[in-house]
Design a binder for this molecule. Structure first.
Ligand SMILES: Nc1nc2c(c(=O)[nH]1)N[C@H]1C(S)=C(S)[C@@H](COP(=O)(O)O)O[C@H]1N2
Ligand SMILES: [Mo]
Length: 279
C-alpha cells in the first residue's frame, strides 16, 4: 500500500472509531469529528482516483448521515442486538485484495430460484451430533431475530459492504444439535443439491448466521429467501442460498464449487480463490 492510501485508510479508521466508541450523550460530537475525517478522506480518495476507496468513504458518510438524523431512542435501537463483523486481524484494509466495491447487489447462482412451500419446508441439522434437529420455518424464526452488519465478498471480484442481515446465529442451531467431539466440518445443503463445506469452527463464530431479512426488508427470493446462510469470513459461494440443512462431518468433504475448481478454504483476505492454490 502506498503512503497516500495508508493516510486515507488511517483517516477512515479513526473516523470509524469515533462513531463506534462514542460515549452515550456524546454521539453528535463524535459524529462531527468523524464527518470531518471522512470528508478529508473523500477528497484524498478522489484525488487518487481509486474508485473503490471513494465508494467506501461514500458509504460511510451515507451511514453517518442516516444515524445523525435518528432520535436518541432510535439510535439505541439502531445499535441494539447488532453484531458487527469486523475484518480479521490479518486484514490490512476493509476490502480484501483484488476486490472492488459495488453499489448494487449482483445475483449469482446455479439453477433456478426454488419455490417455497412452508408446509413441507424444514431445516435439519444431522450427522456427527448428539441430536438431530428438525425445525419448521416459524420454529426457526422464533429463535431470533437478531441483526448483524457484515461485508460480502464474491470470488468473481465484487464486494458488497454493510449488509444488515436479520436472522439467527448458526451457533443457536448447532448448540441444539450438540456436535460430537470429533466433528470438524459442516456440509451445508441447499435446494436442488447445491452444497458448500465450511469448517465447524467458522459456523461457531458469532458472525455466521442464517438470514431471512436484508437491509430492513424481507430477503428477495433471488438472494436466498426463505433462508440463506451468511458466512462473512469466507468468499460468497459458501453463503448458501435456499439452505435446508447442516450435515456435521468428521472429515472434510468438498461441496459444489470446491469440486469444480474453487478453493477449499476460501479466505478472501488470503485470496484463496482457486483449488490450484491449495498446494
Ligand atoms: N444455493 C445456492 N447458493 C449460492 C449459490 C448457488 O449457486 N446456489 N451461489 C453462491 C455464490 S457463487 C455467490 S457469490 C452468492 C451470491 O449471492 P447473491 O446472489 O445473493 O449475491 O451466493 C452463493 N450461494
Ligand atoms: Mo460467487
Amino acid at each position: 500500500m502506498d503512503q497516500e492510501h495508508e493516510k486515507i485508510f488511517r483517516l477512515i479508521e479513526t473516523a470509524d472509531n469515533f462513531v463506534k466508541y462514542a460515549s452515550p450523550g456524546k454521539e453528535s460530537r463524535a459524529e462531527s469529528r468523524a464527518r470531518k475525517r471522512y470528508l478529508k478522506a473523500q477528497r484524498l480518495a478522489e484525488q487518487s482516483s481509486d474508485e473503490g476507496l471513494v465508494e467506501q468513504v461514500r458509504l460511510r458518510l451515507e451511514d453517518l448521515e442516516r444515524r445523525s438524523k435518528l432520535a436518541p431512542s432510535e439510535r439505541a435501537a439502531d445499535d441494539d442486538d447488532t453484531i458487527t463483523s469486523e475484518p480479521p486481524e490479518h486484514a490490512a484494509e476493509r476490502v480484501p485484495p483484488g476486490q472492488r466495491v459495488v453499489r448494487g447487489w449482483p445475483v449469482l447462482h446455479e439453477g433456478s430460484i426454488p419455490r417455497f412451500d412452508e408446509s413441507s419446508w424444514s431445516f435439519t441439522v444431522e450427522g456427527a451430533c448428539a441430536h438431530v434437529v428438525t425445525l419448521g420455518y416459524s420454529e426457526l424464526q422464533d429463535l431470533g431475530p437478531l441483526e448483524m452488519r457484515s461485508d460480502f465478498h464474491c470470488v468473481t471480484g465484487w464486494s458488497k459492504l454493510d449488509n444488515h442481515w436479520r436472522g439467527i446465529k448458526t451457533t443457536e442451531l448447532l448448540a441444539r444439535a450438540l456436535p460430537n467431539a470429533d466433528a470438524t466440518h459442516v456440509l451445508v445443503h441447499a435446494e436442488q443439491g447445491y452444497t458448500a463445506n465450511v469448517p465447524l469452527a467458522v459456523l461457531q463464530e458469532n458472525e455466521s448466521m442464517l438470514a431471512w431479512g436484508h437491509n430492513g426488508r424481507q430477503l428477495a427470493p433471488k438472494h436466498g429467501w426463505p433462508l440463506r446462510l451468511v458466512v462473512p469470513r469466507l468468499y460468497g459461494w459458501k453463503s448458501v442460498k435456499w439452505v435446508r440443512g447442516f450435515e456435521l462431518l468428521t472429515a472434510d468433504q468438498r461441496g459444489f464449487w470446491e469440486i469444480r475448481g474453487y478453493h477449499n478454504r476460501a479466505d478472501p483476505w488470503l485470496e484463496e480463490r482457486y483449488s490450484y492454490q491449495e498446494g
